[in-house]
Design a protein. Structure first.
Length: 337
């Protein structure tokens, strides 16, 4: 084993943005969606529904893709915790997302009105949270296509990140508006239907606009059952799930991969001798005389050490590399993190 200290120019840092599909099995579009009867019936079903790519009631390979939740800042449209207070599951959900996304319990979710000149503060907001395991770092702005259906009516939403020249930031990171359109192409920017927070993987939909302007998330239909929170969550799920699901929810993730490139320069006079004990006889002489005048070695791995001589990483070569006094080699090691 031979050691060599790196020079400053031997180490280069590089960053690249890598995009990938959000959904399981590298799917860009979610082609099926199911809820779990066990989770829906549990206490957590009061707050949110987990949505799976396969039926979790019968498939062992089903995995959570995203979750839906209904929030109401006044606690309406849900059963109160106690008759003496106005707080309910819906007010708790609203408060949790408000704190997570806006970072201020005194700030409410606002959306641009239909005229675009003013903002409205709806009581009801529908939330879609992409499962954390589905994206490594953040959602990829401009890749969203979200289709909501009410009967024969179809509303397709996307974010305006492509048209935005200056990003807007809140406590949770960047925020973009949702308008009518698909795959980052906005068709109509008169109505802000919601917002997307790509750095935390959450979509907030203006439920009041969606309900009034077409009943896309209708809590008063036959499935609402007196506005119990369970069925509020179900209404959000079914607005995405109803009708043809072909490309109903398309989304990609984005990750910044930082790489360290380490260049190991094996000059002609270096790394030609082997420290393998098998090359030495019991009397301490070289077993093969050719190693005296014409030594050869085979480089099979490169170890990276710190100043304390602690081994930090090992890079294996695909095939042994022959080295002698007539040869020089350059080995590039890439460390991703």
């Amino acid at each position: 084993m031979s050691y060599k200290r790196f020079d400053l120019e031997d180490i280069v840092v590089s960053s690249d943005a890598v995009t990938a599909p959000c959904w399981a099995n590298n799917a860009v579009s979610l082609s099926a969606a199911f809820t779990s009867s066990t989770q829906v019936a549990a206490s957590s079903g009061n707050y949110y529904y987990n949505i799976y790519n396969e039926d979790p009631n019968s498939s062992s390979t089903a995995s959570i893709q995203f979750s839906v939740a209904y929030g109401n800042r006044s606690g309406s449209n849900a059963q109160a915790y106690d008759a003496a207070v106005s707080k309910s599951y819906s007010s708790t959900v609203y408060g949790q997302f408000r704190t997570l996304l806006l970072g201020d319990e005194d700030t409410d979710f606002t959306f641009a009105s239909s005229s675009g000149a003013e903002t409205v503060t709806p009581d009801s907001v529908a939330f879609i949270s992409v499962e954390r395991a589905r994206f490594k770092e953040k959602l990829f702005p401009g890749s969203l296509t979200l289709r909501l259906r009410s009967g024969s009516e179809l509303l397709t939403l996307t974010d305006n990140s492509v048209d935005t020249t200056t990003d807007t930031f809140v406590d949770s990171g960047r925020v973009y508006s949702l308008y009518s359109g698909s795959s980052g192409v906005v068709n109509n920017s008169e109505v802000e239907w919601g917002k997307i927070f790509p750095d935390v993987g959450i979509i907030a939909l203006n439920h009041e606009w969606l309900n009034v302007s077409g009943g896309y998330i209708d809590l008063s239909g036959s499935g609402a059952h007196n506005f119990t929170t369970h069925n509020n969550n179900d209404a959000i799920f079914r607005s995405i799930d109803s009708g043809s699901r072909s490309e109903a929810f398309a989304l990609r993730s984005e990750e910044t991969v930082t790489s360290n490139y380490v260049f190991i320069r094996c000059r002609n006079a270096e790394f030609n001798y082997s420290n393998n004990p098998s090359n030495i006889t019991g009397s301490g002489e070289l077993r093969h005389s050719v190693m005296i005048d014409s030594p050869q070695s085979y480089i099979t791995a490169v170890g990276l050490y710190n100043d304390n001589n602690d081994l930090l990483a090992v890079a294996k070569l695909s095939t042994p590399l022959l080295k002698d006094f007539t040869k020089e080699a350059l080995i590039r090691v890439k460390l991703d993190y």
